[in-house]
Design a protein around this ligand. Structure first.
Ligand SMILES: C[S@@+](CC[C@H](N)C(=O)[O-])C[C@H]1O[C@@H](n2cnc3c(N)ncnc32)[C@H](O)[C@@H]1O
Length: 308
């Protein structure tokens, strides 16, 4: 079986779960089961739940995880909607490795790469909104907003205007045509392709990626189990900020109004603590072997044993 995706920060992820008690391990972004299969090998007492919104990934992983079939269940859907529905308990370990898989990026017909002849970018090929819809039907203001908020594109207004101008001639049908527009507007200065941030922005919009992360953090907060370890891997600053801020909130003991003269809450409201102060990043060896690990950041949080 050829494995289409190399799991990032694998040893670091496995290590983050080394002290968890017996129970369920939830992999919210199953992908090609790189992390899940190693977790199942290393921790023989853990039962496994895998979630993904991509049918192709689920079909592949079901086969890859056949040796562990008795300990593993897979669910299709987004993690923000699936996690609150799980009845399995206790959940003692939870992983999310956000973003897209290498296979999604590399398969031209999925429309994520600059050279694709399609304009799709849906992680779930049955979802209703595609990149084609965003690019060809959003207003100039909406496009400018997503290029700015989700891509942090410096010339977001110019880029939105260029898309509108181009699509007035004829609909923009492919990722390739879209990347040509970016090349005209954004100078090819540094190491990254001018279309990179624009594609990131559209992908985030199409898949509601930031809303999904917020939803996942809300679901964890509502449901957290005593002693549970949550490990989350982010790939850009917008994702990392959401995780960092939520972990900070969970670790805060005092919930009094910051304007209050003195603390009246008892200062015992921390739900647990972050396992590491700074996020874990890839070693030089991993970077050499898998350049896609270069922006990966792993943060882990352990809920207190008496947190409910
Ligand atoms: C980076 S890959 C995970 C790779 C996996 N850790 C492995 O080792 O094979 C991310 C996966 O998460 C899925 N995904 C991303 N956002 C999701 C969401 N909100 N809900 C469910 N699955 C999601 C994608 O479809 C993709 O298969």
């Amino acid at each position: 079986m050829e494995i289409p995706h190399i799991p990032v920060l694998l040893e670091e992820v496995l290590a983050s779960f080394k002290d968890v008690p017996e129970g369920y391990f939830v992999d919210c972004t199953l992908g090609y089961a790189g992390h899940s299969s190693e977790m199942l090998k290393r921790y023989s007492l853990l039962k496994h739940i895998g979630i993904d919104r991509d049918d192709e990934a689920l079909v592949f992983s079901k086969e890859r995880l056949l040796p562990f079939a008795e300990r593993s269940r897979l669910y299709k859907g987004t993690f923000a909607t699936q996690l609150p529905l799980l009845t399995e308990a206790p959940i003692v370990a939870l992983l999310a490795d956000f973003g897209v898989s290498s296979l999604q990026l590399d398969k031209k017909e999925r429309g994520f790469s600059f050279l694709s002849q399609t304009l799709d970018m849906r992680m779930d090929a049955t979802a209703s909104l595609s990149a084609y819809d965003v690019v060809n039907s959003y207003t100039q203001e909406q496009l400018a907003y997503i290029f700015d908020a989700y891509g942090e594109v410096r010339s977001y207004k110019k880029l939105a205007a260029a898309v509108i101008e181009e699509r007035a001639l004829s609909p923009i049908e492919s990722a390739k045509a879209l990347s040509e527009i970016a090349k005209k507007v954004i100078p090819f200065g540094g190491k990254i392709h001018p279309a990179t941030l624009m594609f990131q922005a559209i992908r985030i919009e199409v898949n509601n990626e930031l809303g999904e992360i917020e939803g996942l953090l809300d679901a964890i907060e509502a449901k957290h189990y005593a002693g549970e370890v949550v490990s989350l891997i982010t790939f850009h600053s917008l994702e990392d900020r959401l995780v960092k801020n939520r972990f900070k909130k969970w670790a805060t003991a005092c919930i009094c109004d910051p304007q209050a003269m003195r603390c009246t809450c008892g200062k015992n409201h921390a739900l647990g603590k972050a396992l590491v102060r700074k996020p874990v990043t890839a070693t030089k060896e991993e970077l050499k072997m898998n350049p896609r690990s270069r922006s990966a950041k792993l943060r882990s949080f352990r809920f207190k044993n008496d947190s409910h």
